[in-house]
Design a protein around this ligand. Structure first.
Ligand code: ATP
Length: 218
């Protein structure tokens, strides 16, 4: 069973890494693939360029068995639709292996606006991890609610089609909050791997507004 965690990772932080590890260990996954997106279809453009976001994920997962980076969205033109990513993974991995598209509750809440969202469940399971501040958004008649299962073994019995909610250690972290800290000149240390913070400092990422502010005040 393979987990797929897509995101902007702008930057990657423990709110991505810790839930991914808990899911992988507790649901006995073979691997979790981190898939940084090039152009997110449902939100504002990421602040850091793709190659930096990719490099930060590579640093963050270094040495963790089972974690890997998948750069297929970076190499594809146009918006990074999850359904295209899943189709390309299916073409590569075959029809039998269970795939779990992992997402936080906030992303799940917006799923009905995703490109060809109904097709996603024909390609993968949806594995929703709890996220502070986001509640389960759907009523009983919703197709995603009807696909929900409480039995994690369902995820390995078939390759796709189930929605599963998994509680994880709640970490109230976001890329937005970390970028804001960096702009204010505060340290996001202990919210992300030191190796990622070093990379951010080395390349002067996420300080643009602070620099503008300094210039204005000078
Ligand atoms: P931003 O604040 O820039 O939107 P983010 O950290 O919320 O950043 P992404 O990097 O796009 O967002 O998140 C990738 C995936 O990880 C999404 O499915 C999101 O719901 C999930 N995720 C992000 N942070 C957390 C967290 N603290 N707890 C649980 N899931 C999270």
């Amino acid at each position: 069973m393979i987990g797929i965690l897509g995101g902007t990772f702008d930057p990657v932080h423990f709110g991505h890494l810790r839930p991914a590890l808990e899911v992988m260990e507790q649901l006995h996954m073979d691997e979790v693939r981190f898939v940084p997106c090039r152009i997110p279809p449902h939100r504002h453009a990421p602040e850091a360029p793709v190659e930096h976001r990719l490099a930060m994920v590579e640093r963050a997962i270094e040495g963790q068995p089972g974690f890997c980076v998948d750069r297929r969205e970076l190499d594809r033109e146009g918006p990074s639709y999850s359904v295209d990513t899943l189709e390309s993974l299916r073409a590569e991995l075959g029809t039998d292996v269970p795939l779990c598209l992992m997402m936080g509750m906030d992303a799940f809440a917006g799923l009905a606006s995703w490109h060809r969202w109904q097709d996603i469940l024909t390609l993968a399971h949806i594995l929703v991890v709890h996220r502070p501040g986001s509640a389960a958004p759907r009523g009983p008649g919703d197709p995603l609610t009807r696909a929900a299962t409480r039995d994690p073994d369902d995820l390995r019995r078939r390759p796709a089609g189930a929605v599963f909610f998994h509680p994880v250690t709640p970490l109230d972290l976001s890329g937005t909050a970390i970028r804001a800290m960096l702009r204010r000149g505060e340290s996001p240390r202990y919210l992300m791997p030191d190796s990622v913070l070093e990379y951010i400092r080395m390349h002067g990422l996420y300080v643009t507004h602070a620099r503008d502010e300094a210039t204005r005040l000078a």
